[in-house]
Design a protein around this ligand. Structure first.
Ligand SMILES: CC(C)(COP(=O)(O)OP(=O)(O)OC[C@H]1O[C@@H](n2cnc3c(N)ncnc32)[C@H](O)[C@@H]1OP(=O)(O)O)[C@@H](O)C(=O)NCCC(=O)NCCS
Length: 190
Protein backbone atom coordinates (compact mmCIF):
# COMPACT_ATOMS: atom_id res chain seq x y z
CA UNK A 1 0.00 0.00 0.00
CA UNK A 2 1.15 3.58 -0.56
CA UNK A 3 2.51 6.04 1.92
CA UNK A 4 0.09 6.82 4.75
CA UNK A 5 -0.78 10.38 5.70
CA UNK A 6 -2.59 11.51 8.77
CA UNK A 7 -5.78 13.32 7.90
CA UNK A 8 -6.35 16.97 8.62
CA UNK A 9 -9.17 16.53 11.08
CA UNK A 10 -11.45 19.51 11.45
CA UNK A 11 -15.00 19.80 12.60
CA UNK A 12 -17.24 20.70 9.70
CA UNK A 13 -19.41 23.70 10.38
CA UNK A 14 -21.19 24.82 7.26
CA UNK A 15 -21.87 27.35 5.91
CA UNK A 16 -18.42 28.67 6.56
CA UNK A 17 -17.02 32.10 5.60
CA UNK A 18 -13.50 31.96 4.16
CA UNK A 19 -11.05 34.54 2.86
CA UNK A 20 -9.33 34.45 -0.53
CA UNK A 21 -5.61 35.08 -0.89
CA UNK A 22 -6.45 38.65 -1.93
CA UNK A 23 -8.64 39.30 1.09
CA UNK A 24 -12.16 38.82 -0.30
CA UNK A 25 -14.81 36.72 1.38
CA UNK A 26 -16.49 33.62 0.03
CA UNK A 27 -18.76 31.04 1.58
CA UNK A 28 -18.54 27.27 1.46
CA UNK A 29 -21.89 25.59 1.92
CA UNK A 30 -23.91 22.52 1.01
CA UNK A 31 -25.25 22.35 -2.53
CA UNK A 32 -29.00 22.93 -2.80
CA UNK A 33 -31.18 21.74 -5.66
CA UNK A 34 -32.06 25.38 -6.26
CA UNK A 35 -28.38 25.89 -7.26
CA UNK A 36 -28.97 23.87 -10.44
CA UNK A 37 -28.97 26.88 -12.78
CA UNK A 38 -25.80 28.38 -11.31
CA UNK A 39 -23.99 25.02 -11.27
CA UNK A 40 -25.02 24.28 -14.84
CA UNK A 41 -23.65 27.66 -15.87
CA UNK A 42 -20.32 26.84 -14.18
CA UNK A 43 -20.19 23.39 -15.83
CA UNK A 44 -20.92 24.90 -19.25
CA UNK A 45 -18.11 27.41 -18.86
CA UNK A 46 -15.71 24.61 -17.86
CA UNK A 47 -16.85 22.38 -20.71
CA UNK A 48 -16.16 25.26 -23.11
CA UNK A 49 -12.57 25.31 -21.86
CA UNK A 50 -12.49 21.66 -23.11
CA UNK A 51 -9.24 20.65 -21.43
CA UNK A 52 -10.34 19.95 -17.86
CA UNK A 53 -13.69 18.20 -17.82
CA UNK A 54 -14.27 14.62 -18.87
CA UNK A 55 -17.44 15.64 -20.64
CA UNK A 56 -17.60 18.05 -23.53
CA UNK A 57 -20.14 20.83 -23.93
CA UNK A 58 -22.73 18.64 -25.69
CA UNK A 59 -22.35 15.87 -23.06
CA UNK A 60 -23.52 17.87 -20.08
CA UNK A 61 -27.18 18.53 -19.25
CA UNK A 62 -28.92 20.96 -21.59
CA UNK A 63 -31.59 22.18 -19.23
CA UNK A 64 -31.69 23.35 -15.63
CA UNK A 65 -34.26 20.64 -14.92
CA UNK A 66 -31.90 17.92 -16.21
CA UNK A 67 -29.13 19.33 -14.03
CA UNK A 68 -31.47 19.42 -11.05
CA UNK A 69 -32.29 15.73 -11.57
CA UNK A 70 -28.57 14.93 -11.76
CA UNK A 71 -27.87 16.85 -8.57
CA UNK A 72 -30.42 14.73 -6.74
CA UNK A 73 -27.88 11.92 -6.57
CA UNK A 74 -25.93 14.02 -4.08
CA UNK A 75 -28.79 13.52 -1.66
CA UNK A 76 -27.74 9.86 -1.37
CA UNK A 77 -25.95 9.25 1.87
CA UNK A 78 -22.66 8.19 0.27
CA UNK A 79 -22.38 11.39 -1.75
CA UNK A 80 -21.94 15.03 -1.06
CA UNK A 81 -21.46 18.24 -3.00
CA UNK A 82 -20.24 21.54 -1.58
CA UNK A 83 -20.31 24.87 -3.37
CA UNK A 84 -18.27 28.05 -3.01
CA UNK A 85 -20.30 31.24 -3.31
CA UNK A 86 -18.75 34.60 -4.09
CA UNK A 87 -20.12 37.78 -5.65
CA UNK A 88 -23.59 36.26 -5.38
CA UNK A 89 -22.87 33.28 -7.61
CA UNK A 90 -21.50 29.78 -7.41
CA UNK A 91 -17.83 29.98 -8.34
CA UNK A 92 -16.76 26.47 -7.42
CA UNK A 93 -17.93 22.98 -6.54
CA UNK A 94 -16.39 19.96 -4.86
CA UNK A 95 -18.02 16.58 -4.73
CA UNK A 96 -17.25 13.31 -3.04
CA UNK A 97 -18.46 9.77 -3.54
CA UNK A 98 -17.84 7.18 -0.86
CA UNK A 99 -17.57 3.57 -2.00
CA UNK A 100 -21.11 2.22 -1.88
CA UNK A 101 -20.50 -1.50 -1.52
CA UNK A 102 -18.94 -3.16 1.53
CA UNK A 103 -15.67 -4.03 -0.18
CA UNK A 104 -15.07 -0.45 -1.30
CA UNK A 105 -16.60 1.38 1.62
CA UNK A 106 -13.16 2.59 2.74
CA UNK A 107 -12.66 4.60 -0.46
CA UNK A 108 -13.70 8.12 -1.37
CA UNK A 109 -13.31 9.82 -4.73
CA UNK A 110 -13.41 13.53 -5.43
CA UNK A 111 -14.15 16.03 -8.15
CA UNK A 112 -13.48 19.74 -8.05
CA UNK A 113 -13.98 22.78 -10.26
CA UNK A 114 -13.53 26.52 -9.88
CA UNK A 115 -14.77 29.13 -12.36
CA UNK A 116 -11.91 30.48 -14.49
CA UNK A 117 -12.05 34.09 -13.23
CA UNK A 118 -11.88 32.87 -9.62
CA UNK A 119 -8.89 30.53 -9.83
CA UNK A 120 -5.58 30.97 -8.05
CA UNK A 121 -7.02 32.73 -4.99
CA UNK A 122 -7.45 29.74 -2.68
CA UNK A 123 -11.01 28.62 -3.41
CA UNK A 124 -10.10 25.21 -4.86
CA UNK A 125 -7.87 24.35 -1.95
CA UNK A 126 -10.50 25.40 0.60
CA UNK A 127 -13.20 23.36 -1.15
CA UNK A 128 -11.05 20.26 -1.40
CA UNK A 129 -9.84 20.46 2.21
CA UNK A 130 -13.42 20.84 3.40
CA UNK A 131 -14.83 17.92 1.43
CA UNK A 132 -11.87 15.74 2.42
CA UNK A 133 -12.69 16.46 6.08
CA UNK A 134 -16.22 15.19 5.47
CA UNK A 135 -14.94 11.97 3.83
CA UNK A 136 -12.50 11.37 6.69
CA UNK A 137 -15.26 12.00 9.22
CA UNK A 138 -17.29 9.33 7.40
CA UNK A 139 -14.45 6.87 7.87
CA UNK A 140 -12.82 6.91 4.42
CA UNK A 141 -9.30 5.48 4.41
CA UNK A 142 -8.29 5.64 0.78
CA UNK A 143 -8.91 9.03 -0.80
CA UNK A 144 -8.48 9.04 -4.55
CA UNK A 145 -9.09 11.06 -7.65
CA UNK A 146 -8.15 11.02 -11.27
CA UNK A 147 -6.80 13.84 -13.37
CA UNK A 148 -5.53 14.45 -16.90
CA UNK A 149 -1.71 14.34 -16.92
CA UNK A 150 -1.80 17.71 -18.68
CA UNK A 151 -3.60 19.42 -15.76
CA UNK A 152 -0.55 20.71 -13.92
CA UNK A 153 -2.50 23.13 -11.70
CA UNK A 154 -4.77 20.41 -10.33
CA UNK A 155 -1.86 17.97 -9.87
CA UNK A 156 0.04 20.64 -7.94
CA UNK A 157 -2.97 21.23 -5.67
CA UNK A 158 -3.44 17.51 -5.03
CA UNK A 159 0.25 17.03 -4.19
CA UNK A 160 0.07 19.93 -1.74
CA UNK A 161 -2.81 18.17 -0.01
CA UNK A 162 -0.82 14.95 0.35
CA UNK A 163 -1.93 12.98 -2.70
CA UNK A 164 0.60 10.81 -4.51
CA UNK A 165 0.51 9.25 -7.96
CA UNK A 166 -0.75 5.66 -7.68
CA UNK A 167 -0.81 4.79 -11.36
CA UNK A 168 -1.02 6.22 -14.83
CA UNK A 169 -3.44 4.91 -17.44
CA UNK A 170 -1.77 5.66 -20.73
CA UNK A 171 -3.83 7.27 -23.48
CA UNK A 172 -7.04 6.88 -21.51
CA UNK A 173 -8.55 9.96 -23.13
CA UNK A 174 -8.37 11.78 -26.42
CA UNK A 175 -8.51 15.55 -26.05
CA UNK A 176 -8.45 17.66 -29.19
CA UNK A 177 -7.17 14.68 -31.17
CA UNK A 178 -4.24 13.95 -28.82
CA UNK A 179 -3.91 11.00 -26.44
CA UNK A 180 -3.88 12.15 -22.82
CA UNK A 181 -2.89 9.97 -19.86
CA UNK A 182 -5.11 9.61 -16.82
CA UNK A 183 -3.23 10.03 -13.53
CA UNK A 184 -4.79 8.31 -10.51
CA UNK A 185 -3.72 9.96 -7.26
CA UNK A 186 -4.30 8.70 -3.72
CA UNK A 187 -3.89 9.78 -0.14
CA UNK A 188 -4.14 7.24 2.67
CA UNK A 189 -5.71 8.28 5.96
CA UNK A 190 -4.38 6.99 9.24
C1 LIG B 1 -7.66 22.78 -10.20
C2 LIG B 1 -8.49 23.90 -9.58
C3 LIG B 1 -9.74 23.30 -8.95
C4 LIG B 1 -7.66 24.60 -8.51
O1 LIG B 1 -8.48 25.57 -7.91
P1 LIG B 1 -7.93 27.03 -7.55
O2 LIG B 1 -8.98 27.73 -6.78
O3 LIG B 1 -7.43 27.68 -8.77
O4 LIG B 1 -6.69 26.63 -6.62
P2 LIG B 1 -6.10 27.46 -5.40
O5 LIG B 1 -6.08 28.91 -5.71
O6 LIG B 1 -6.80 27.02 -4.17
O7 LIG B 1 -4.60 26.93 -5.39
C5 LIG B 1 -4.25 25.71 -4.76
C6 LIG B 1 -2.95 25.21 -5.30
O8 LIG B 1 -3.11 24.94 -6.70
C7 LIG B 1 -1.91 25.26 -7.38
N1 LIG B 1 -2.13 26.30 -8.36
C8 LIG B 1 -3.12 27.22 -8.37
N2 LIG B 1 -3.03 27.97 -9.48
C9 LIG B 1 -1.95 27.52 -10.15
C10 LIG B 1 -1.34 27.86 -11.39
N3 LIG B 1 -1.82 28.86 -12.15
N4 LIG B 1 -0.26 27.15 -11.79
C11 LIG B 1 0.23 26.13 -11.03
N5 LIG B 1 -0.31 25.76 -9.85
C12 LIG B 1 -1.38 26.44 -9.43
C13 LIG B 1 -0.94 25.73 -6.37
O9 LIG B 1 -0.20 24.60 -5.99
C14 LIG B 1 -1.80 26.22 -5.22
O10 LIG B 1 -1.09 26.07 -4.03
P3 LIG B 1 -0.95 27.27 -2.97
O11 LIG B 1 -2.32 27.39 -2.34
O12 LIG B 1 0.07 26.81 -2.01
O13 LIG B 1 -0.57 28.49 -3.75
C15 LIG B 1 -8.90 24.97 -10.65
O14 LIG B 1 -7.74 25.39 -11.30
C16 LIG B 1 -9.91 24.48 -11.67
O15 LIG B 1 -11.11 24.49 -11.44
N6 LIG B 1 -9.45 24.03 -12.83
C17 LIG B 1 -10.37 23.58 -13.88
C18 LIG B 1 -11.14 22.33 -13.46
C19 LIG B 1 -10.22 21.25 -13.04
O16 LIG B 1 -9.11 21.12 -13.54
N7 LIG B 1 -10.66 20.41 -12.10
C20 LIG B 1 -9.90 19.29 -11.64
C21 LIG B 1 -10.11 18.16 -12.56
S1 LIG B 1 -9.33 16.67 -11.94
Amino acid sequence: MGTRFSAVRRILRLPEARTTKDGRTFIIREMRLSDAESILDLMKSLAEERIYLLREADEIPESVEEERQLLKMYQEKNRRMLVAVMDGKIVGTADCRLGNIRKSRHTASFGIAVRKEYRGIGIGRALLETIISWAVEKGAKKLWLSVFSTNKTAISLYKKLGFEVECVRKGQFIVDGEYVDEVVMVRWVR
